[in-house]
Write a protein that binds this ligand. Structure first.
Ligand SMILES: [Zn+2]
Length: 209
């Protein structure tokens, strides 16, 4: 049922709207913009080099305003995004899909801030979402799969530490030929968060003490 729903929701509601050059500090990407009319999300894929018909290095990056824009040290998102862009450029080809609607593993920005507030009282990231009456992980990767297919990509080498993300992508019809770890050095602020991701969310983070 879930699989059918995923595939059914994925057929026609994500439409390519625009494409332009996007020079960045890491290198020059093509920015391809999509409109997900089902959720009203404006999505963007950064494409480097030729990827159609290959299994390119690919990062599905869940948006994180605090980490990506403000460089919060409370999570590892900003560092992961930068590392992914560097790896794609070093490889000569790849895709970064920046997923709107994925704040706080899908609970939204303000709910994520509320969950952070609860973590100041000692709850971990899983307990905090649950205490707010919200799911631990509400993210959907159907739009990402649709965008990859539009780019001519049916299988990827996924930059991720999260086995569930591989499974979600596969359920949406994209092959994952390899998981490429994306490990960044922890700091004092995000170490408890990363340990929770390892111990309660099954993330593969062998570099943590
Ligand atoms: Zn983050």
């Amino acid at each position: 049922m879930t699989d059918l729903a995923d595939i059914g929701s994925d057929v026609s509601h994500v439409e390519r709207m625009v494409e332009t050059r996007l020079p960045t500090a890491y290198g020059e990407f093509r920015a391809v913009g999509y409109l997900d009319s089902r959720w009203g999300h404006e999505q963007i894929a950064l494409v480097y080099g030729e990827v159609a018909g290959t299994a390119p290095l690919t990062r599905l990056h869940s948006e994180c305003l605090t980490g990506d824009v403000f460089s919060s040290t409370r999570c590892d998102c900003g560092d992961q995004l930068a590392a992914a862009m560097r790896k794609v450029v070093a490889e000569g080809a790849g895709v970064i899909i920046y997923l709107k609607g994925h704040e706080g593993r899908g609970i939204g920005l303000l709910a994520k801030l509320a969950a952070m507030r609860l973590q100041e009282d000692g709850l971990d990231t899983v307990e905090a979402n649950l205490a707010l009456g919200l799911p631990v992980d509400a993210r959907d990767f159907g739009a990402a799969a649709r965008i990859l297919r539009d780019l001519g990509v049916n299988e990827v080498r996924l930059l991720s530490n999260n086995p569930e993300k591989l499974d979600s992508l596969r359920r949406n019809g994209i092959g994952v030929t390899e998981r490429v770890p994306l490990l960044v050095a922890p700091n004092d602020d995000n170490l408890p968060y990363l340990r929770t991701k390892r111990e309660r969310l099954d993330h593969l983070l062998p570099h943590l003490a």
